[in-house]
Design a protein around this ligand. Structure first.
Ligand code: PLP
Length: 372
């Protein structure tokens, strides 16, 4: 494995220091939940701080499986986060001689771990000009006899594109035809603005669904995610990987995750409502912007607009003014291997005032960085 740190991690607010950021529009989750919202639901003092079931707390797996049709607890492996789940899937399935097709841009781990393994990677590029939609024929053209894995993310980070059910089915048909696995990173699934797509793992044993509680529940600090597949031998392989890295999950994290999912009906609707309100604010703001353009997202907590080429905006100057003078941070395009004129704006995390201030600082920095 050849590891390297990713720009999105090196330049993350956790590393820069939250103290120097007044308006934080870099996050890709909703506002963080607080422990007091969950710990009154059980008595932490009752927990024996022991190793847990290596597959994951059975009741938690049952709740996760209940999120899809025809799934059962045995199809679910609980992992310490979606990032860990993605790492397990890549390292369990891919070796240097294998080939992978992965969406780009993407959440960095989906690309970086296969790169660290040294396998051959072809990118399924999502282009602004195509409304960030992917083309099934472009995907098929990238598949080779040695393709082991197709890796997609939906709802997508950073564009907010959502695969339709028929698009997902078409990719599954391809994976089945070419005898490869399909990984779908569904970490934002509950934040789809329209009807839910089924979990990919429901639709075929060739599919691997990955998700977590980080994004939609605002629980990135408890590090609980999961892998779902109906292929029992594959799940056993993933369990072997999990045991070698972690043995099991933290019992405290699992209990908090269980309580969050058990009280989903109460906890999730207000979070989703607040996220939609934040999205409406961004939409209203975008409607009057002249220097940037976007593809309107269909789900998630982020959008990915870009500075227009003919806007005359000096991109480096824009970021300097935005960060240094306005104390406002977004995710610049290079975090996603895209031109820096793209920017990811996370609208789900800041409170309404911080979001409003951040958006107006963006307008101000764009104007101030305009040449001539
Ligand atoms: C698409 C996607 N998948 C996975 C993750 C990792 O999430 P977790 O906190 O569960 O590791 C992220 C985090 O940004 C993400 O955007």
């Amino acid at each position: 494995m050849k590891y390297r740190r990713m720009p999105i991690e090196i330049e993350s607010p956790e590393q820069i220091g939250y103290g120097s950021i007044r308006c934080n529009l870099t996050e890709s989750s909703v506002t963080d939940m607080h422990l007091e919202q969950l710990n009154h639901l059980f008595n932490p003092a009752d927990l024996a701080l022991a190793y847990t079931d290596h597959i994951g707390k059975p009741e938690l797996r049952e709740l996760i499986a209940a999120g899809g049709k025809g799934l059962s607890a045995k199809d679910v492996l609980v992992t310490p986060s979606a990032a860990a789940a993605l790492f397990i899937v890549s390292t369990a399935l891919l070796e240097a001689q294998d080939h992978l097709v992965v969406m780009r841009p993407n959440y960095a781990t989906n690309i970086e771990t296969p790169r660290a393994i040294g396998c051959r990677v072809d990118f399924l590029d999502l282009r602004f000009e195509d409304g960030f939609r992917f083309n099934i024929h472009a995907l098929e053209a990238l598949i080779k006899p040695e393709t082991r894995l197709i890796s997609l993310t939906s709802p997508h980070n950073p564009t907010g594109m959502v695969l339709s059910q028929s698009e997902l089915q078409a990719v599954i048909n391809l994976a089945e035809k070419h005898n490869c696995y399909l990984l779908v990173d569904e970490t934002y699934r509950e934040m789809n603005f329209s009807a839910f797509c089924p979990l990919a793992a429901e639709l075929s044993p060739r599919c691997i669904s990955v998700s977590s509680l980080s994004k939609s529940y605002g629980l990135p600090g408890i590090r609980i995610g999961w892998i779902i597949t109906r292929d029992a031998a594959l799940q056993e392989l993933f369990l072997a990987a999990k045991e070698q890295i972690f043995i099991c999950n933290s019992i405290i994290d699992e209990e908090l995750a269980y309580q969050a999912l058990a009280h989903k009906d109460v906890l999730l609707p207000p979070i989703l409502k607040r996220n939609r309100d934040a999205f409406e604010s961004v939409k209203n703001w975008m409607a009057v912007q002249e220097l940037i353009e976007w593809v309107e997202p269909q789900g998630g907590v982020v959008c990915f607009p870009r500075i227009k080429t003919d806007s005359g905006v000096d991109v480096d100057l824009f970021y300097r003014i935005l960060n240094e003078e306005c104390g406002t941070w977004v995710g610049p395009g290079h975090w996603f291997e895209m031109e820096r004129r793209f920017m990811r704006i996370g609208y789900g995390w800041p409170n309404p005032q911080e979001l409003a201030d951040g958006l107006s600082n963006l307008s101000r920095a764009l104007k101030a960085a305009q040449k001539g």
